[in-house]
Design a protein. Structure first.
Length: 136
């Protein structure tokens, strides 16, 4: 009985050590009440408008593989930090200087370059939606 118990313990420890992670990365997280670190007004969800005159056209994320079995597929994005997105789209040349200045004026926004990153951040999540095809 002792031999079986000892063998079981040794096997359990062996499996545990074999599957244990060697590198543990700890991230300092601070819980915050609310939706996120940005005001709700700075977020956006929209379907892409493919009009050639659309000033946002070059800012859209490209989806590499669309879901199968859908009809009338539309693509869009969820933007978690609109100010950062607009700032980096301007720096990357995806929107014109005129459009950038118009957005600042209409939003009453003066970009704070100490709060915004010049290095592009992933502030958007792409999505695709459509109708499920029915066979008749």
């Amino acid at each position: 009985m002792k031999l079986k118990t000892t063998l079981l313990i040794i096997l359990s420890l062996t499996f545990r050590l074999g599957y244990a992670q060697e590198n543990i990365i700890e991230l300092p997280l601070t819980p915050e009440i609310g939706y996120g670190p940005f005001r709700m007004a700075l977020k956006g969800v929209s379907a892409n408008n493919e009009d050639k005159e659309n000033p946002w056209l070059d800012t859209y994320l490209k989806i590499s593989k669309l879901p199968q079995g859908l009809a009338e597929i539309k693509q869009g994005s969820i933007d978690a930090y609109m100010y950062q997105s607009v700032y980096q789209d301007y720096l990357q040349g995806n929107i014109t200087k005129e459009w950038y200045e118009q957005l600042q004026k209409s939003w009453g926004w003066i970009p704070d370059t100490l709060q915004l990153s010049k290095t592009p951040l992933k502030t958007k999540v792409a999505f695709a939606m459509g109708k499920i095809r029915t066979v008749t």
